[in-house]
Ligand binder design. Structure first.
Ligand code: ZN
Ligand code: ZN
Length: 409
């Protein structure tokens, strides 16, 4: 996606304050869109009703719209009217999908589908990006380059960004995305250069023993104590072999095995997830998990069968682009509103695939309403977001694009 020689312009920059005022004027429409998407959540790569809603909200804007075939993704390109022969291009991304979980918010517009919820704020991400498309389309004549809006399903474990990139996206010179952050108060944005979100890989280990009568364990190879020992051995491996400055997480989240009190099982299965902030730590975690599992099982005459399902790479904010985006956010919102994040988040994010191909950044948008003392996090059945933060996200998308295309980065 990265192009070699972006054109730059040297005109004096447009003031950003009007963007916030216009985004606030758009807020009721954006809130309606967000609530309609929230009430009708869709999961995975196919989110056709969400696509319909966002297309209806973009109707009338001068956009070139490409409906992707392998997913419900939408690529909408706004051609700047003041672009030269080789215009710069920036990608703005909003993810569209929900999670397979019940909703317990009690909101009037809560999910109409049992077992599905927009608990990661992607409903607001879509609405804010639609709002940005409206603000930028109104400035099309002055834009010194093109804006590529990437509406992407399947973020929650389906790698939708990767699928859309494989299907085909326009080449761009920079990329930007926002993710809501329930702990951060409305009005603030959080940012950092370098790794922002972790790589993840999921694993499954079958500890294969030999079942039999529970009164005669000596005639069996009991996988239950072996699995228990393995959980602790994996934690020792993490603590003693992964260097402390290299953040890594190894969580065993499920143990399944056995059918009766008097039967020793043949197999116990452990499942869990690995997180890392560098490719080398990621590789070390997978290799160590495999070695420790096989070694502990063999010690006790059992066998470990390890399967590792690769997840997303590390989401890395480009140093130069992040500094540029931080500056724009400070100009738009006041420098006190831009909070340097103390460290990366060990959650994962498939915008990482975009950031692998082009310099860019993701920022965290504060959505904690005033007076909320103990906000439920993303992926909670009670997760809430303050809709008064939505104009800030809308204006920030538009400000980053405007400044980038004017040669600000
Ligand atoms: Zn999520
Ligand atoms: Zn998310």
């Amino acid at each position: 996606m990265k192009r070699k020689s972006p054109a730059r312009t040297t005109k004096s920059p447009q003031p950003l304050a009007p963007l916030l005022a216009e985004a606030r004027a758009l807020q009721p429409r954006m809130v309606d869109l967000r609530r309609a998407i929230h009430a009708d959540p869709e999961i995975g790569l196919e989110t056709p009703r969400t696509r319909e809603k966002l297309l209806a909200a973009l109707a009338g804007l001068e956009l070139e719209i490409d409906l992707h075939a392998r997913t419900s993704g939408v690529v909408a390109v706004l051609r700047g009217g003041a672009a030269g022969a080789s215009p710069r291009r920036i990608l703005l991304r909003g993810d569209m999908d929900a999670l397979p979980m019940p909703e317990e918010t009690g909101l009037g517009f809560c999910s109409r589908h049992a077992g599905r919820m927009h608990a990661c704020g992607h409903d607001a991400h879509v609405a804010m990006l639609v709002g940005a498309a409206h603000l930028l389309a109104a400035r099309r004549a002055e834009l010194a380059g093109d804006v590529v809006f990437m509406f992407q399903p399947g973020e929650e474990g389906f790698g939708g960004a990767d699928v859309m990139l494989e299907e085909g996206m326009p080449a761009v010179d920079g990329a930007f995305a926002l993710h809501v952050a329930p702990p951060l108060p409305t009005g603030l944005v959080g940012t950092k250069p370098g790794p922002l979100m972790a790589a993840f890989d999921d694993f499954e280990i079958d500890v294969v023993g030999r079942g039999g009568h529970a009164s005669m364990p000596h005639d069996c190879v009991d996988p239950v104590p072996i699995a228990c020992e393995l959980v602790l051995a994996l934690q020792s491996f993490l603590a003693r072999e992964i260097p402390a400055p290299d953040a890594g997480v190894l969580s065993v989240t499920q143990i399944h095995g056995g059918t009766a009190n008097n039967v020793i099982a043949d197999v116990v299965t452990l499942q869990g997830t690995l997180r890392a902030l560098s490719a080398s730590t990621r590789a070390a975690l997978s290799a160590g998990l495999r070695r420790v599992a096989e070694g502990v099982a063999k010690t006790h005459r059992a066998e470990a069968r390890v399967r590792i399902q690769p997840g997303y790479p590390v989401a890395v904010n480009d140093g130069g682009f992040e500094a540029f985006a931080r500056g724009v956010a400070g100009e738009l919102l006041g420098s006190q509103a831009v909070i340097p994040l103390p460290g990366a988040v060990m959650g994962a994010e498939d915008f990482a695939y975009v950031l692998e191909r082009t310099p860019g950044a993701m920022m965290l948008l504060g959505v904690r309403a005033p007076g909320v003392a103990d906000p439920a996090p993303c992926h909670s059945t009670r997760m809430l977001l303050d809709e008064d933060a939505m104009p800030i996200g809308t204006a920030l998308h538009a400000a980053i694009a405007t400044r980038f295309l004017a040669g600000g980065c």
